[in-house]
Design a protein around this ligand. Sequence first.
Ligand code: SAM
Length: 243
Amino acid sequence: MKQRRVFPYGIDGPPQLAALLAGAGLTALVAVAALLVEAPSAALLGSTVVTAVLAGCAAGYAHTTLRGKFVVWRELAEGLALRGDEYVLDLGCGSGAVVLLVGRRLTTGRAVGVDLWRLRDQWRSDPGALRENALAEGLRERVELLTADMTALPFADARFDIVVTSMAVHNLRPRGRRRAALAEAVRVLRPGGRLVMVDIWVRGRTATLAELGMRSVERRNLGPRMWWCGPFVRTALVTAVKP
Ligand SMILES: C[S@@+](CC[C@H](N)C(=O)[O-])C[C@H]1O[C@@H](n2cnc3c(N)ncnc32)[C@H](O)[C@@H]1O
């Protein structure tokens, strides 16, 4: 079913996509110049290969941000097998793709999205637009938005059944802040609660979650549907359960 949405999610990072396209355009020009001046074939081959790689990365980025991410999260939300009464927290909800997706699956529960709405992390990270989209979808009672730092959450311990987070924790620097966000996610989960994290550059996160006492910590790559720059920037799924 097509959802009513007032504000489109759009492209997560137009500057990143523009940089890839500009790079591909520049190297294509170099390749054409190499052809015209009959430069050594290595120069022509090199610039053609780099053009193809950058163009491929740009196409992959566009696909991931406009479609792949949503398809993956629909499958993950399905896999959560929600009863409908859960309290679900989305860390760094941004333009709201995940918090709304979860909210639609709740009947009496709540999907709570927290964010600091940093436009440099996501072009359309805007609480006003997200609130309007939630209202347009009839999710006023199911979706709640809060301006809060995921490294210092304003919630009591064991408040949530599930914590989800999509492409947000990698934005935290230095590494200690990423650990703080994971520690907060663990703290606000109830015993038996689940963490579902989708992100890039997740190296070390499974070890951190194990150190924080989480069980069944697993990680898997999400494949080309969530490649942000070809296989050079892949997205992984990390899941864990609080004992
Ligand atoms: C790349 S966006 C991802 C948004 C959304 N989860 C999605 O997948 O479309 C990352 C989000 O994390 C938010 N963010 C960055 N640092 C944060 C922090 N310390 N606490 C809460 N949100 C944060 C940014 O404002 C941004 O909206």
